[in-house]
Design a protein around this ligand. Structure first.
Ligand SMILES: NC(=O)c1ccc[n+]([C@@H]2O[C@H](COP(=O)([O-])OP(=O)(O)OC[C@H]3O[C@@H](n4cnc5c(N)ncnc54)[C@H](OP(=O)(O)O)[C@@H]3O)[C@@H](O)[C@H]2O)c1
Length: 319
């Protein structure tokens, strides 16, 4: 079968298409004929060799969607021919940028008929990240105000939609007029320029001075100071990237913020959340905006697009 691989770390040019053996599903796995997979920001870091450890040569791709073509021993949840979407693969176990991928059944769920493979392949990792942050960690409630940094990014655009579906007022940041308009179309009540000098005041004004109840932060080193400045009383800040920097006069006793880190890798079983996401997708409360679709031959360009940013949603790769 054809698969994208890299044999050494480096820029997008290290990605190449190889002919390799089709995997055999082990006990507890399903073999999925991949129809679409997506690039997550972390894939560019694994490729560059700046994050985690990867056994080379590596097949990239941590999520995707397709059709079950074989069922491993002991798997009862799926049959051959089922449409599925899955997340949490790749790097050390064979990724989704291949014609077939052997996927642990616990990381997959049925993809509703009404949802395309592109959307199903783009949503798993960003949707689960947004779910773990907003639902499990924060427990966001209707009418609460939630700040989503980088609301146009993969995780951000899923979080904007999920927060709105939960009845919260989502305030997002994004880098251009076009992407700010895009996040408002997805349900954000306000969108501000992350480079604006008045960002702190803009966010506080959007909450009538009360401050936000919840924050999803993807660059804690850069934004913890701002987070604490715009936080309301007992605000909950969840960080998906970055260390805690020193913040002068942090209002720790005044506002009593809860600052929490999280990583989806700590939740290997994905099916329960994917099943919930499937229902949101089916209801039209959630989608993945597909900014660009590429094939295996142009996957390097797809990685370049993700590194440059400036779009809403996700970049998808199809065999
Ligand atoms: N802990 C976890 O479990 C977990 C899970 C998923 C992702 N992550 C991490 O979370 C981060 C975001 O992931 P992603 O997949 O959403 O990435 P992404 O799709 O590349 O989105 C990145 C977002 O950051 C924005 N951005 C760029 N420069 C910024 C700045 N100076 N200030 C504020 N925002 C800025 C981008 O805006 P532009 O488009 O304007 O550049 C875009 O909205 C990555 O670091 C990823 O590795 C962690």
């Amino acid at each position: 079968m054809r698969a994208v691989r890299y044999h050494e770390h480096g820029g997008p040019e290290v990605l190449q298409v190889d002919e390799i053996d089709r995997p055999t599903p082990a006990a507890g796995e399903i073999l999925v004929e991949m129809r679409a997979a997506s690039i997550n920001a972390v894939d560019t870091k694994f490729r560059a060799g700046t994050y985690g450890s990867v056994s080379l040569p590596a097949v990239p791709g941590g999520d995707g969607a397709g059709v079950v073509s074989e069922v491993g021993e002991g798997v009862e949840a799926f049959d051959v021919g089922d449409r599925v979407f899955a997340g949490g693969m790749g790097h050390d176990e064979g990724g989704t940028f291949a014609e077939y991928a052997a996927i642990p059944a616990t990381k997959a769920a049925h993809l509703p008929e009404s949802v395309s493979f592109e959307v199903g392949g783009a949503i798993p990792n960003v949707g689960v990240t947004a779910w773990l942050a907003l639902v499990d960690r924060i427990g966001l409630r209707p009418t609460e105000r939630c700040l989503v940094h980088g609301g146009n990014g993969g995780v951000g655009h899923a979080a904007v939609q999920l927060g709105a579906a939960m009845g919260a007022d989502v305030i997002a940041t994004a880098g251009s007029d076009e992407t700010r308009e895009g996040v408002q179309d997805l349900g954000a009540v306000a969108a501000f320029d992350y480079d604006s000098e008045s960002l702190t005041e803009d966010i506080r004004d959007a909450t009538d001075g009360d401050g936000v109840d919840a924050i999803l932060d993807h660059r804690l080193d850069e934004y913890l100071g701002l987070d604490l400045a715009v936080a309301g009383q007992n605000a909950h800040i969840v960080s998906i990237t970055g260390d805690i920097p020193a913040v002068e006069n942090a209002p720790m006793q005044d506002k009593q913020p809860i600052i929490q880190g999280m990583a989806i890798a700590n939740t290997p079983e994905r099916r329960p959340m994917l099943r919930r996401l499937a229902r949101l997708l089916e209801r039209g409360d959630l989608t993945a905006v597909i900014a660009e679709t590429r094939d295996f031959e142009t996957v390097g360009d797809a990685h370049r697009t993700v590194s440059e940013g400036g779009y809403v949603g996700k970049v998808v790769v199809q065999p």
